[in-house]
Design a protein around this ligand. Structure first.
Ligand code: SF4
Length: 374
């Protein structure tokens, strides 16, 4: 396994050099540059290390919809709660989702406290083991995540089929990053933030280990936006900023890979094949904050429909509701900062999250609460 010397990515002299160079480029361009970081991991790095303050007046960071827990709409949490409440059912999912409030403010954790069998798993294969040991129960894996976690769910479905399991189901909430970026670029209401256009993107590092850098080439070519795929250390992010600002200063737009230690142009072909064997594109899927985004999520292929929880559970839900004061949708679109929410840090905290952006540590509200609370 590769060992990485993290000190090399936190070198203060190199950071100062990049700061100087970025500011010089921006002075040459003659205006503040607006960069959307798509990944919650980048938001976390930017806020934790004060990169936004370091580059204040030069770079405006716009926090995009880059946290899979944050972008899951209430309707899907309602669905999880409804399924988990059914007789002889065990619902398994990744930890953060358990704390996201549904339309009626109930969480999966509340349901567990009421005696329902809701379990946190760290890997999809834990759901397989539960299904094997609980033959009298219907075990549902409520799968969420960007391209990074989808291959694991694909492996779960392949194994379930191979073993001929009759009591395992998957509800797929897997979403696709490039489709959301395209939606943002195609939507003037989202793209123009107070009439300020997004100039460039920092592309997600983890997602790109799977899909590679190639899917982003379309954005650079079609929308003339520079994209830097970058890692999660302070120097990674600063280099990413430098790489896009450099392009803007020269009137260029292409995809550049800063995260070469883990990301290639082609990505992980084996993982991509696993995913395409089991999943296909959904025509539409709702994202919190972005609304319905075409071809932005994955559904289970017909060959695996016996395991498809959405087809196997007959669930009728009333229309979803959001908390009236929560502005998660605006935070996810990048049109409001967490601190602009009336509930931030008072009513809404990581211990008592009102909206999804305060739940996951990758959410913008949680990052602001941890590092920017005055
Ligand atoms: S602070 Fe809480 S209520 Fe406000 S937008 Fe963030 S998650 Fe929603």
């Amino acid at each position: 396994m590769k060992t990485i010397n993290l000190k090399a990515f936190r070198d203060s002299e190199k950071l100062k050099g990049l700061e100087y160079s970025i500011k010089k480029f921006v002075e040459k361009i003659g205006r503040t540059i607006n960069i959307m970081e798509f990944c919650g991991g980048h938001t976390h790095t930017i806020i934790k290390y004060g990169i936004d303050q370091l580059l204040e007046g030069y770079i405006r960071f716009i926090h995009g919809p880059g946290c899979p827990v944050c972008v899951i709409p209430s309707s899907r949490i309602d669905l999880a709660i409804e399924i988990a409440g059914q007789k002889d059912t065990i619902l398994c999912t990744y930890g953060d989702l358990l704390r996201v409030p549904s339309s009626n403010r109930k969480t999966l954790l509340d349901l567990r406290a009421e005696g329902y069998d809701v379990r946190m798993v760290n890997s999809s294969l834990e759901a397989l083991n539960i299904a094997l040991s609980e033959k009298g129960k219907r075990v549902v894996f409520f799968a969420i995540g960007f391209e990074t976690t989808t291959p694991q769910t694909a492996v779960l479905l392949l194994k379930a089929k191979e073993l001929g399991l009759k009591n395992l189901y998957v509800v797929s909430n897997h979403v696709i990053t490039p489709a959301a970026i395209q939606h943002i670029l195609n939507s003037p209401e989202i793209r123009d933030i107070g009439k300020v256009e997004i100039d460039a993107f920092l592309g997600p590092g983890h997602v790109s280990t799977i899909i590679g850098t190639r899917p982003y080439e379309y954005f650079s070519e079609e929308f003339l936006k520079p994209v830097a795929i970058c890692g999660f250390e302070p120097l990674d992010v600063m280099q990413g900023v430098w790489l896009v600002v450099n392009q803007i200063a020269r009137g260029e737009a292409y995809v550049v890979n800063q995260y070469t230690r883990f990301v290639s142009r082609e990505g992980n072909i084996k993982a991509q094949k696993l995913v395409s064997e089991v999943f296909e594109l959904r025509k539409v899927f709702e994202w919190r904050g972005l609304g319905i985004v075409p071809y932005s999520a994955l559904k289970i292929r017909k060959e695996f429909e016996a395991f498809d929880g959405e087809k196997s559970f007959d669930v009728k839900l009333p229309p979803p509701k959001e908390h009236p004061a929560c502005i998660c949708g605006k935070v996810i679109r990048g049109v409001a900062l967490p601190t602009e929410c009336k509930l931030f840090g008072t009513v809404c905290t990581p211990q008592n999250p009102i909206g999804s952006c305060m739940v996951s540590s990758e959410g913008a509200c949680a990052a602001y609460f941890k590092y920017k609370r005055l």
